[in-house]
Ligand binder design. Structure first.
Ligand code: IDP
Ligand code: MG
Length: 165
């Protein structure tokens, strides 16, 4: 079944210049990239992204990690699409805990556990279709994705926005 999944190259991945390596590993899946953005992550976005973990003792450090306070203040967000996309990407990422991840997986190769106890594992990937939909809608607007993944509508936005001067 064709699916979409959200991938984030987290701030440690960007700081360590791993973008190319990670994208090369992901290209083994032969999935399509249908969206890509560089994002400066706000506290609000980090909180929404990790809302499921809000009661964990490491939540505050996790927010700081995703916001880039320990590395660089940016994340690369991508949407991959294709057959069995969620599991294919998760397999290449490896286990959440980089110490337990297969050494040839992305997290096994590039992740570490900090002395504060945060798993800095270089990459995020959606875990299931419901999570993928929620996360993709959080990180991307409909027009930032080149395929029609989910229903969208036209709405008049009466907001001020920056334009090129
Ligand atoms: P996942 O990223 O493999 O889906 P989640 O349980 O959704 O794993 O956790 C989100 C992120 O929170 C992880 O990628 C990792 O950075 C961090 N994390 C998860 N569990 C722990 C933990 O027990 N200690 C420290 N950090 C953790
Ligand atoms: Mg998760």
């Amino acid at each position: 079944m064709d699916q979409a999944t959200l991938v984030l190259i987290k701030p440690d991945g960007l700081k360590k210049s791993l973008t190319g390596n990670i994208l090369t590993r992901l290209s083994e899946t032969k999935l399509d990239i249908v969206g890509a953005r560089i994002v400066k992550v706000s506290r609000e976005l980090a909180q929404k992204h990790y809302v499921m973990l809000k009661d964990k003792p490491f939540f505050e450090d996790l927010l700081k990690y995703l916001m880039g306070e320990y590395h660089k203040k940016k994340v690369m967000a991508l949407v991959y699409y294709g057959e069995d996309a969620i599991q294919k990407v998760r397999n290449i990422c490896g286990a959440t805990n980089p110490e337990e991840a297969d050494p040839v997986s992305i997290r096994g190769a590039y992740g570490r556990i900090t002395t504060k106890g945060v798993y800095e594992n270089a990459i995020h990937a959606s875990a299931n279709p419901e999570e993928a939909e929620r996360e993709i809608k959080l990180w991307f607007a409909p027009d930032e994705i080149i395929s029609e993944l989910y229903p969208a509508k036209v709405a008049k936005k009466n907001v001020e926005a920056r334009v090129w001067a």
